[in-house]
Design a protein around this ligand. Structure first.
Ligand code: ADP
Ligand code: ADP
Length: 228
């Protein structure tokens, strides 16, 4: 479970200070699905980075299962990210010279598994996103939707506690968008993981049980009775 208390994040730009998050309190239970929405520049990506331990707040605490990420030493934060957090981005961030299986394996390198086990688990993860036939394909040989499925397999292959997605459908056309949302929702149900997703897409937000809206760094939470 995540427990954020009084999380504030300021960036310095030239001589000015930007308040990206202002006194954010937020609880996210194990297995919850939360959508984050709001205008560009509101602080959505910053919040996701805080949840994933990619950056630290200026003040406040970010506890995951009782451990305050804001206070973890850098080396432990790196290990935490490698073991516990799966990230999916708008731009798929695949390595162009590696095939699908090798891209997924990169997530397992910090876990020090044997090469054969890495290969096997990567193949299974690609199977679970419907790409079992494309292990040897390079990113350039796949559609956008397929590339995003490789990125999802890479995020999930380590069995993370938490899946964080920043506009995962932002670069996809409508049919691929639905396909990716189906894959994400199926995996969320199967793995029982905590799933936090930033999206501009109101048709996707409407499906989530809980919606956090962030404007000018301030958060408002809405329970959604029409969730599916
Ligand atoms: P969103 O994801 O909602 O578009 P962001 O979290 O990216 O919002 O940004 C929130 C605010 O913080 C914006 O004003 C943005 O320009 C600023 N910001 C984000 N990251 C940085 C950074 N690394 N350095 C300086 N300003 C930043
Ligand atoms: P996208 O959602 O399209 O991937 P974002 O607008 O969320 O892009 O920003 C991508 C990254 O750039 C984020 O890590 C964010 O913190 C950073 N960023 C956003 N605004 C600024 C800024 N003004 N200066 C520096 N970095 C920024």
């Amino acid at each position: 479970m995540y427990q954020l208390r009084g999380v504030t994040k300021q960036y310095r730009r030239d001589k000015a200070t930007v308040d990206a998050l202002v006194d954010v309190d937020l609880t996210i239970g194990d297995g919850d699905r939360l959508v984050i929405q709001g205008p560009t520049g509101g602080g959505k990506s910053t919040l996701l980075q805080m949840l994933g331990g990619l950056d630290r707040p200026t003040s406040g605490s970010i506890e995951l299962d009782g451990v305050d990420l804001a206070k973890l030493p850098e080396a432990r934060l790196t290990t935490f990210r490698a073991e516990s957090i799966g990230f999916v981005f708008q731009s798929f961030n695949l390595i162009p010279t590696l095939n699908a299986q090798e891209n997924v394996e990169t997530a397992l390198v910090p876990l020090r598994l044997k090469a054969a086990e890495r290969r096997e688990r990567a193949a299974q993860a690609l199977e679970s996103v419907g790409l079992g036939e494309r292990l040897g394909h390079l990113p350039s040989e796949m559609s956008g939707g397929q590339q995003q499925r490789v990125a999802i397999a890479r995020a999930l292959v380590k069995n993370p506690k938490v899946l964080l997605a920043d506009e995962p459908t932002g670069n996809l056309d409508e049919s691929m968008r639905d396909e990716i949302m189906d894959v994400l929702e199926t995996l969320w149900k199967e793995h029982g993981l905590t799933f936090v997703m930033v999206t501009h897409d109101s048709s996707i937000a409407r499906r989530a049980p809980r919606i956090a809206t962030i404007r000018k760094g301030r958060i408002t939470l809405t329970e959604n009775s029409k969730a599916v």
